[in-house]
Design a protein around this ligand. Structure first.
Ligand SMILES: [Zn+2]
Ligand SMILES: [Zn+2]
Length: 381
């Protein structure tokens, strides 16, 4: 951990983007693209270089700053935009897909994403449904169509009835134009290839296995290369910050799905180096996953403690779970995902109040745990 000018410790993921490319393995190059987004300082693009040119995994936010950084980083790695034949997007967050459409368009490249990948650029929702994690009990709710989620986004409501999404008039206009392909810096990232879990992809002369890892988003994709044990982890596993697991998701049980997806990574085969989307590459996948599971266990424990105060809204609970500077949409969303995790396992009940807000009664003596959901995923192997 380094310190920022104010002397506060700074996490790796918050460090500013270095302009220097780093080769991590033969033909696998880390390029850091600057971002200023939810407190992060950079996003890692990975250039996977082969005889035909390069595949770029994740391309940063939309806009001119990203674009000049991409060009500069590619040049420093001996590449040009026209060398890019494939753009991969790990998941539907703007720091990953933002410039992917522009890059694919400019380079005439393929755009690869997970089957369920969806952004606000696409007017017609895909009908792909997101399977519930194996640990949810009632089959009736086992599949949830994502039109419900998109409907929510359109109505600018949160499922827990908190504050509406802050979308400015300007943002709305830009989005409308961008959806029609009229904003050059914000080309829609429409996949030319949608991959399924288990598909094999050849990048950098290596065979990568596509892993669908829902949780952080419903459409999260990791790439595993077994020969050298490389794992492109996107935002699913980050080195020092805990990936956001929120309730603004087509997943019925985002936290449960996330834990199952984490457990799965321990069974894919040996991993020597994790290539995260933020922060530095690191070797100890298992150790990091254990820390992340513990973090969620602590959060669930804290919610049970908060539950001693009786029935409360998601917003009220989020303000006890998080420190004041973090209050707001992200904290509420994370709190809601944890409350739903408890509710789906019998550890909480919810009611919709007259003002539209969801309120939960959490059983302070409940026993459902992150560790159990994580462990259950690996039990049958
Ligand atoms: Zn993300
Ligand atoms: Zn990210």
């Amino acid at each position: 951990m380094t310190a920022d000018p104010s002397g506060r410790p700074r996490k790796q993921e918050q460090e500013p983007a270095s302009p220097e490319p780093t080769e991590l393995a033969a033909g696998v190059i880390r390029l850091q693209i600057p971002i200023n987004f939810t407190g992060l300082g950079h996003v890692n693009s990975y250039a996977l270089v082969d005889d035909r040119g390069a595949t770029i995994v994740d391309a940063g936010l939309p806009g001119g700053e990203t674009w000049s950084a991409i060009r500069q980083r590619l040049r420093a790695a001996g590449l040009a935009i026209r060398d890019v034949h494939t753009v991969v997007v790990t998941h539907s967050h703007p720091d990953h897909f933002g410039s992917a459409g522009r890059l694919a368009h400019a380079a005439g490249a393929d755009l690869v994403a997970e089957r369920r990948f969806h952004t606000w650029f696409e007017p017609i929702p895909h009908t792909h449904s997101v399977a519930a994690p194996p640990d949810t009990s009632d089959a009736d709710e086992a599949e949830e169509d994502d039109t419900g989620y998109l409907g929510l986004i359109r109505a600018r409501r949160t499922p827990w009835g908190g504050s509406p999404f802050p979308t400015s008039r300007r943002q709305k206009i830009v989005r409308r134009l961008a959806t029609r392909g009229l904003v050059p810096s914000m080309r829609p990232p429409i996949p030319t290839r949608r991959v399924d879990d288990g598909d094999t992809l050849t990048f950098a002369g290596r065979q990568w296995r596509a892993l669908h890892t829902p949780g952080h988003t419903g459409d999260h994709l990791c790439l595993y290369e077994p020969a050298e044990g490389l794992l492109v982890s996107g935002d699913h596993v980050l080195p020092t910050i805990t990936p956001h697991v929120g309730g603004l998701s087509p997943l019925r049980d985002p936290l449960g799905s996330f834990l199952v997806s984490l457990a799965r990574l321990l069974e894919i085969g040996p991993v020597q180096l994790v290539l995260p989307a933020h922060g530095h590459p690191f070797p100890d996948l298992r150790g990091r996953i254990e820390e992340i599971v513990d973090h969620h266990e602590d959060r669930l424990r804290a919610l049970r403690e908060i539950g001693r105060g009786g029935r409360q809204t998601v917003v009220e609970m989020s303000q006890q779970l998080f420190r004041r500077p973090l209050w707001g949409m992200m904290a509420e969303s994370e709190t809601y995902a944890h409350l739903e995790f408890l509710r789906l396992r019998g550890g909480a009940e919810r009611v919709r109040l007259e003002d539209g807000q969801l309120a939960y009664s959490v059983d302070p003596d409940g026993s459902s745990s992150a560790r159990a959901a994580f462990g259950a995923a690996g039990d049958d192997d």
